[in-house]
Design a protein around this ligand. Structure first.
Ligand SMILES: CC(=O)SCCNC(=O)CCNC(=O)[C@H](O)C(C)(C)COP(=O)(O)OP(=O)(O)OC[C@H]1O[C@@H](n2cnc3c(N)ncnc32)[C@H](O)[C@@H]1OP(=O)(O)O
Ligand SMILES: O=C([O-])CC(=O)C(=O)O
Length: 436
């Protein structure tokens, strides 16, 4: 076990535990934040009430994983030979340990994933039993849920596992699940949109390359997949999917139950599903324009029409960010390099120019700038994945990596059952002095 990711993680956990213990024991009463009525009624925006060391979201700068910007992550993680984007498996190593793996360490993780890829037959049966009109996120979530019978955590818990060891079978469950997600996703895609033509997984490939293989899409779709999974993996703890995963796992539900639940949160149009909504919105504009690129004035009118009909502009705005999302910028740079003449990229680029000043004039959104979802579907469309219902499944593969890393650490640090307190409207009215 010495020299493996699990060994390194066990050392990091042992080093970290006293920090949490000391904070709790000596400083448990120190105030971290205070809460206003608008926060209680407003989706708990900004309340500091969760801990994660895996990523941190600065409103002006965007996400950092383990203290590193996304560009630094991409620059410093090892890459497969000839690839522009790094091993996704290396990102998992970084998120878990805080250290960049070397070539040998990353190859060990690739090997671990490869050993665990085989998806049990019953999962395919469950997927096949869905009507083809089902949304891929409902199928994806159910397929993951179905795997719950494989949980090593559950088996060991029933046998009397000690609390300090909870993280170990959780780690095994996480790897077992993450290794299977690309195959499950590709199978759903092929079932829904390719009449069930299945392309076999190739155990000699890394996660990104094998996903591209199973989707039947040539290079550079392997790099597109690596980039996509890496930049979507984590966004600190409070976003709907991460928070859901953490919450469900806090009752000691296993990884499969927790990740299935987080997928359901990701599937809402204000969160991950916005990437599909962006393409749906753009397609409607393209249809009205007979595929011609609108002028700036024409695009402004489409945006105002959407706002005036009471809908949001998908892919813009954010609950925390107050600047353009660096994940958007990375994908924009990739698009400028690889698909500069793509018609949908040109549409998306026009939106980048037109939407922020309109949202500012509209005066509601606190952040008028584009988020990650404004650009991801554009790249998928270019490489032939035009079935935009599927885009959030891709987001889900990435997000599962970050949330699994978080749940392993939650268990290692013994974070308790999550259970915030609620009040009634009456109580709020009394607190503010408008009711006796
Ligand atoms: C991966 C991700 O989850 S990234 C986000 C993906 N979601 C989207 O792109 C959907 C479009 N964006 C939105 O709906 C929002 O900006 C959210 C959900 C992301 C953030 O919501 P909030 O934190 O509540 O945003 P904010 O405080 O700025 O909202 C204030 C008002 O502006 C509106 N607003 C925010 N963004 C937009 C937008 N893109 N278009 C139109 N109106 C908007 C809100 O609906 C809200 O209106 P209301 O007062 O009538 O309810
Ligand atoms: O942070 C958020 O609330 C939403 C988001 O961008 C993500 O989860 O990736």
């Amino acid at each position: 076990m010495r020299g493996t990711l699990k060994y390194k993680l066990s050392k990091k956990i042992k080093e970290h535990r006293p920090r949490t213990k000391r904070l709790l024991k000596e400083f448990g009463d120190v105030q971290v934040d205070s809460v206003t009525v608008s926060q209680v009624l407003g989706g708990m925006r900004g309340i500091k009430s969760l801990v994660t060391d895996i990523s941190y979201l600065d409103p002006e700068e965007g996400i950092r994983y383990r203290g590193f910007t996304l560009q630094e992550v991409i620059d410093h993680l090892p890459k497969p030979k000839g690839a522009e984007m790094p091993f996704v498996e290396g990102l998992f190593y970084l998120l878990l340990t805080g250290d960049f793996p070397n070539e040998e360490e990353v190859m060990q993780v690739v090997e671990q994933f490869n050993k665990r890829r085989i998806v049990p037959r019953y999962v395919y049966d469950v997927i096949d039993s869905f009507p083809t009109s089902s949304h891929p996120m409902a199928i994806f979530s159910t397929a993951i849920l179905t795997l719950n019978r494989e949980s090593e955590f559950n088996r060991e818990y029933q046998a009397g596992l000690k609390k300090k060891d909870y993280w170990e079978p959780t780690y095994e469950d996480a790897l077992n699940l993450l290794a299977k997600l690309p195959e499950i996703a590709a199978y759903i895609y092929n079932k829904l949109y390719r009449k069930g033509e299945k392309i076999q997984s190739n155990p000699n490939l890394d996660m990104g390359a094998d996903f591209a293989n199973m989707m039947g899409i040539d290079k550079p779709y392997d790099d597109v997949s690596r980039l996509h999974f890496i930049i979507h993996s984590d966004h600190e703890s409070g976003n709907v999917s991460a928070h859901t995963g953490h919450l469900v796992a806090s009752s000691l539900s296993d990884i499969y139950l927790s990740i299935s639940a987080m997928i359901n949160g990701l599937a809402g149009p204000l969160h991950g599903l916005a990437n599909q909504e962006v393409l749906r919105w753009l397609q409607a504009v393209m249809e009205k324009m007979d595929n011609k690129l609108p002028t700036e004035e024409e695009m402004q009118k489409f945006v105002w029409d959407t706002l005036n009909s009471g809908q949001v502009i998908p892919g813009f705005g954010h609950a925390v960010l107050r600047k353009t999302d660096p994940r958007y910028m990375l994908q924009r740079e990739f698009s400028k390099k690889h698909l500069p003449d793509d018609p949908i990229f040109k549409y998306a680029d026009l939106l980048y120019k037109v939407v922020p000043p309109i949202l500012q004039e509209h005066g509601k959104a606190k952040n008028p700038w584009p988020n990650v979802d404004a650009q991801s579907g554009v790249i998928q469309w270019h490489y032939g994945v035009t079935e935009y219902d599927f885009y959030t499944v891709l987001f889900g593969i990435g997000r599962a990596i970050g949330i699994c890393a978080n749940i392993i650490w939650d268990r290692a640090l013994g974070y308790p059952l999550e259970r915030p307190k609620s009040v009634t409207t009456d109580m709020l009215e009394k607190m503010v002095g408008i009711k006796d």
